[in-house]
Design a protein around this ligand. Structure first.
Ligand SMILES: *Cc1c(COP(=O)(O)O)cnc(C)c1O
Length: 400
């Protein structure tokens, strides 16, 4: 791994080796170029950096702590540490990039933030950022998801966002993406499309990664201060891949640190029953960029499933796709059952209720701890689980 990693990847056209790029209609090309140019000038300015730094500290409550799990480590072996992104304002890591994107929108003189949301987590984080900056916010959401994710819909409305119901097709995430893009194309001058992970056309995978790097920078420093050394392994769950890129980015150059990205194995290994894009997928183009994808026989994005709705995306960040190919990161799966077990273990042994997404990373850490009982493991706990408690009780109940 070269020490010029962040200068080398992505290249000027947004490629991480063969992955990434911008496969988009010509009308969008000029908009993306404007955003890229703005990103390289504005976001490197002192004013921007100072404002974002102040927001991180006084509004988001950063730095979030690194915490040593005493009881969990005693039971499973190893020394397990958590980077507590569940303690970031709004309860997950997503606000890290939403505040960055919204701050850039402010500098660009935009009036409105537009996005799609599936489970509503990205919608809530973006609505929060919009309220902070006094920007309009329009969130497109499939009618099926609106019915399923009631609390997040209410949160977005309380925060002042407009929730646009999408009623065509399957009425879920894919249709919401189309609808949000259409709305953005109608007024690209006054609005900006805010992507919710390290996915989409260039420059979004790079921008979102850079806004999430704060997680890794803090965690590396905090971990070194606590232990005087580097962790043996770093673990994070991978949906689109933003929380994972956030923490991985600080350790890519440390050859001695093993890095694990955990994908949702769902309820079986059959297509449609999981969302393990890199473990079972093939390279293809989806939503304007190239990455590992899960596709059906017609080359259409396949339906995906996970108990954690924040992980069910049929593509993945281009940078992860590259890190898999060059073997710097190991990608593996955790299924629904292992995820639920880990959810309860962390709740009952440490008093921390994790998001179901994050529970995938915790489950993998428990496996590593048992396999390598002398080793140290740093897990990115991407979010808190309050949003999941009703679903867990209705679907699984308490553990026996
Ligand atoms: C959305 C979400 C994820 C998945 O998104 P990434 O971009 O892969 O990080 C993970 N954890 C939580 C808590 C989320 O809300």
């Amino acid at each position: 791994m070269s020490h010029n990693y962040f200068k080398t990847y992505p290249n000027k056209d947004g490629f991480f080796n063969e992955y990434g790029g911008a496969f988009i209609p010509p009308v969008l090309e000029s908009e993306m170029k404007k955003i890229t140019d703005a990103y390289f000038t504005i976001s490197k300015s002192h004013d921007f950096i100072n404002e974002l730094r102040s927001i991180r500290k006084h509004y988001q409550g950063r730095p979030t702590p690194v915490y040593y799990c005493n009881r969990l480590s005693q039971k499973y072996g190893g020394r397990i540490y958590l980077k507590r992104e569940d303690l970031n304002h709004t309860g997950a890591h997503k606000l890290n990039h939403c505040m960055g994107e919204a701050l850039l929108a402010k500098y660009l003189g935009k009036k409105k933030l537009i996005a799609e949301t599936g489970a509503g987590q990205h919608g809530v984080a973006l609505a929060t950022a919009a309220a902070y900056f006094g920007l309009e916010c329009e969130i497109h959401m499939g009618e099926v998801d609106i019915a399923k994710e009631h609390p997040n819909v209410v949160r977005m409305k309380i925060l002042g966002a407009t929730v646009v119901p999408v009623s065509h097709g399957l009425k879920t995430l894919k249709e919401a993406v189309d609808s949000a893009f259409e709305a953005y194309l109608k007024d690209p001058i006054n609005s900006i499309y805010c992507i919710g992970s390290v996915v989409g056309p260039h420059p979004f995978p790079m921008m979102v990664r850079d806004f999430q790097r704060v997680v890794g920078i803090e965690a590396r420093e905090q971990y070194m201060e606590m232990t005087g050394e580097l962790p043996d392994s770093v673990v994070a769950c991978v949906g689109g891949g933003s929380n994972a890129m956030g923490i991985f980015s600080a350790f890519l150059d440390d050859e001695e640190v093993a890095i694990y990205g955990v994908e949702p194995g769902g309820r079986s290994m059959n297509l449609g029953d999981h969302a393990a894009t890199m473990s079972f997928g093939t390279p293809g183009i989806i939503h304007g960029f190239k990455c590992y994808t899960l596709q059906d026989e017609n080359g259409e994005p396949s339906p995906v499933y996970s108990v954690a709705s924040g992980l069910d995306y049929p593509g993945v960040g281009p940078e992860h796709s590259m890190l898999k190919d060059i073997k710097r990161v190991n990608y593996d799966v955790i299924n629904d059952t292992e995820c639920i077990d880990a959810f309860y273990e962390l709740s009952r042994l440490e008093g921390i209720i994790p998001a179901l997404e994050s529970s995938h990373a915790v489950a993998y850490a428990l496996k590593l701890a048992q396999k390598y009982p002398q080793s140290s493991i740093l897990v990115n706990l991407s979010g808190r689980g309050d949003k999941d408690i009703d679903f867990i009780m209705d679907t699984f109940g308490l553990p026996k």
